[in-house]
Write a protein that binds this ligand. Structure first.
Ligand code: HEC
Length: 95
């Protein structure tokens, strides 16, 4: 009885950990919709790869904490600072 409780609890924890791993790459797919495949931009938007990783993180945090209501402000509100760091790693560390 106790063992099965711990087994279910274990599955629950795994689920949380895996959910986090899967979520960030999916969020990145959303960014590509506007910023282009490989984040290199398009005729409307400049390439995200033109800025440095540190600049990316500070811009994302500026969007997050600003009271404006442009696309990037809305998108970044739902991200935590930790999400922003993970996104930055995925975009910039493999460059
Ligand atoms: C609905 C379209 C849209 C989506 C989706 C989107 N962006 Fe943006 N993003 C923009 C626009 C438009 C700008 C430029 C205008 C501005 O500064 O608000 C921008 C600007 C940026 C900038 C600043 C770039 C610079 O050179 O100053 C960063 C960084 C950025 N986006 C990151 C992201 C990330 C990361 C995601 C995914 C979580 C994302 N964007 C999703 C539309 C979008």
């Amino acid at each position: 009885m106790i063992n099965s409780f711990f087994f279910v609890f274990f599955l629950f924890i795994c689920n949380i950990i895996l959910a986090d791993e899967i979520e960030i790459p999916i969020i990145l797919e959303n960014c590509k919709g506007c910023h282009g495949y490989n984040f290199k931009g398009n005729k409307y938007i400049e390439s995200l790869l033109d800025i440095e990783k540190s600049e990316f993180i500070s811009k994302m945090n500026d969007y997050k904490y600003s009271d404006d209501n442009y696309a990037m402000n809305r998108i970044s509100k739902v991200l935590t600072e930790d999400d922003i760091k993970k996104i930055a790693e995925l975009i910039y560390d493999k460059k």
